[in-house]
Design a binder for this molecule. Structure first.
Ligand code: SF4
Ligand code: SF4
Length: 92
């Protein structure tokens, strides 16, 4: 039986930095964004539309890199977390 996404996410360990490695470059661009694709493509539900800005729960990021190319206006600045922070996988 294959594991659900939620079950797989549960196998990841996080060491969270206090500073976000994910930056919305310009919230005005998000205001004009009609699709809000970041709220759909992120497997870890990092992005949420709060009515007038995009919030970023960077602590949950699994570093898949999708948001580097997924935002239609490339409005997300993406880097890996600083050394020593971020995720480690228990299996594989
Ligand atoms: S897809 Fe890009 S521009 Fe649109 S809300 Fe998300 S981060 Fe903002
Ligand atoms: S790198 Fe992947 S998991 Fe992290 S915020 Fe972007 S889409 Fe979500």
């Amino acid at each position: 039986m294959s594991a659900t996404i939620e079950e797989k996410l549960f196998t990841i360990r996080y060491k969270v930095d206090h500073q976000s490695h994910l930056i919305i470059k310009d919230q005005d661009v998000c205001m004009k964004c009609t699709t809000k694709e970041c709220t759909h493509f992120c497997p870890a539900d990092v992005y949420a539309w709060e009515g007038n800005f995009t919030s970023v729960a960077f602590e949950n990021c699994i570093e898949c890199g999708t948001c580097r190319i997924g935002c239609p206006t490339y409005n997300i600045e993406w880097v890996y977390p600083k050394g020593g922070y971020g995720i480690t996988y228990k299996f594989g």
